[in-house]
Design a binder for this molecule. Sequence first.
Ligand SMILES: [Zn+2]
Ligand SMILES: [Zn+2]
Length: 323
Amino acid sequence: MTVPTALSAPVRPAGTLASPARPGSEGARRRPVAEQVLLYGFVVGPFLALLVGIGLAVAGHGISLLDAVLAVVFYAVSGLGVTVGYHRLLTHGSFKARRPLRVALAIGGSMSVEGDVVQWVADHRRHHQFSDRDGDPHSPWRFGTSPRAVLKGLWWAHTGWLFDREQSSKARYAPDLLADKDIAVVHRLFPLWVTVSVLAPPLIAFAVTGGSWLAAGSALLWASAVRILLLHHVTWSINSICHAVGEQRFQTRDRSTNVWPLSVLSFGESWHNWHHADPTSARHGVDKFQFDSSARLIALFEWLGWVSDVRWPRKERLAAKRA
Ligand SMILES: [Zn+2]
Ligand SMILES: [Zn+2]
């Protein structure tokens, strides 16, 4: 797989990030209205579901053990699909995976309901090309560095950018994936993976409880909607919080940081400072006590012989990049 690398962007002074024709979206399609409406539904819907869930919990109908188990399993499958599949494998080529695993990881990532695999990868490669400069799809520094501008920028980096109809160009940023027959099929079937992600928990709950509609409804609420909500906001926190506050141990040309409280829920992705220092590294949590479950899973796959050419961080490179 050829991953576009060594892309560079001109530095612009703070406060000038927003420009009419933004680099990286030239020639890309504008998101159609129908998709825009669906997008709003998938961002606002789970939030409303959480409010309903809280109301029901207060009224004495809380989350069941079955809901919790389903939520954890689907959170892990879709979350690791994003971190190990969408991100470390397909965006950065941190390792090579056998065909069935590569397809499974792309499907798992699609089940996060964070967009189709090719668009996700295109947005993320563009983020690395321009990180915190003009063209970055989601920099919290887009509007400047005053407290007001940073607050606005944090909202933009966390959620606002999703609604920008001007998209990153798939042809420019992910030509390798568009040409990959397996990924093209996963890409085309994105609506199916979203449907599976939403409907599998209630169907499983219905079957396990011998046909309880109440159990199905409860699983739909907690293991589908609230689980999707949590993963969305954890992922988006990497774009917002991990480019604004936290620790910088390595030299990068952007403002990426390490934020330990997010490390478990984000499967190690919040060790974001090293990730920007060395984007193809299969491990993001490189220092002592920096737990990185995505890297552990890649190591397990390597031990099983399912992945190869894993780019583990090298000592010399770590030392050279230390701030
Ligand atoms: Zn970043
Ligand atoms: Zn990345």
